[in-house]
Design a protein around this ligand. Sequence first.
Ligand code: SF4
Ligand code: SF4
Ligand code: FES
Length: 286
Amino acid sequence: MTTAPHLPPHAAEAARIAAANRARAVPGRKVYVKVFRCDGPGKPSRWETFQVTVERGSNVISMLQQIAANPVTADGKKTTPVVWDSGCLEEVCGACTMVINGKARQSCSCLIDDYAPAEGDTITLEPMSKFPVVRDLWVDRSRLFHNLKRVKAWVPIDGTYSLGSGPTESPESQEQRYVMSTCMSCGCCLEACPQFNLEPDESAWDTSFIGAHAINQARLFNEHETGKRLKADRLDTLAAAGGVNDCGNAQNCVKVCPKLIPLTESIAVIGRAVTIHAFSKWFSGR
Ligand code: SF4
Ligand code: SF4
Ligand code: FES
């Protein structure tokens, strides 16, 4: 017998609504797709609406593929195919993230049945607003990855010679860290965060808010037996401008993370670690 995963209340409510919509979805229905389009960085943007036919279980990407095969708007105007990004098609790479009916999520795992179950329903697609638009629904997430570099989100090993076996990790610690390691760098937590804003000036990235994803990864690697060798460097970054103290505790991030990572818990853990780190530096005079 399988048991349903334990979901936090916000996720359980969203799952309940989606299941109800799925149950009444009409196969072969025609729905409208309203897409926020932009031909490239700095170019003007516009809305375009398309009509597509959907079968039960179709996802948003299949809808975009239909539009790509026949790029004609619902009022019959020929246009260009809508551009989007994707990779894994199984909610692992994060590349296909976009704002669907006002909420950031992955378009590959988003079933149209959940949002537009009836004939004539409309679904809206927009690019995430916290990253520069490359074209249409495709955004440039470079800053997200840059912020992972700021916290040295890796295990420091020299792979040029044999280091022997590493320190033992307890199964309890592995289990606790597992959920943190499922982050797919999708950007949903940044899209929802009031402290993380679009920053076109790359020279300001190192002092702008780093984001919940990077704080969580700092915790993940600080709790890893080998990863913790860089703990002091990570905490120095997170104590500086744009670090953990810039978090306003709005808690939006934890509500939108598709992997249900306990982001606010990670923020609290890192917040305490930064304070202890600052005291120990002060007392030791380093
Ligand atoms: S808790 Fe912090 S990181 Fe999360 S949404 Fe709020 S301000 Fe952003
Ligand atoms: S923490 Fe969650 S929402 Fe944020 S980038 Fe990772 S998977 Fe996406
Ligand atoms: S394509 Fe990889 S998460 Fe959707």
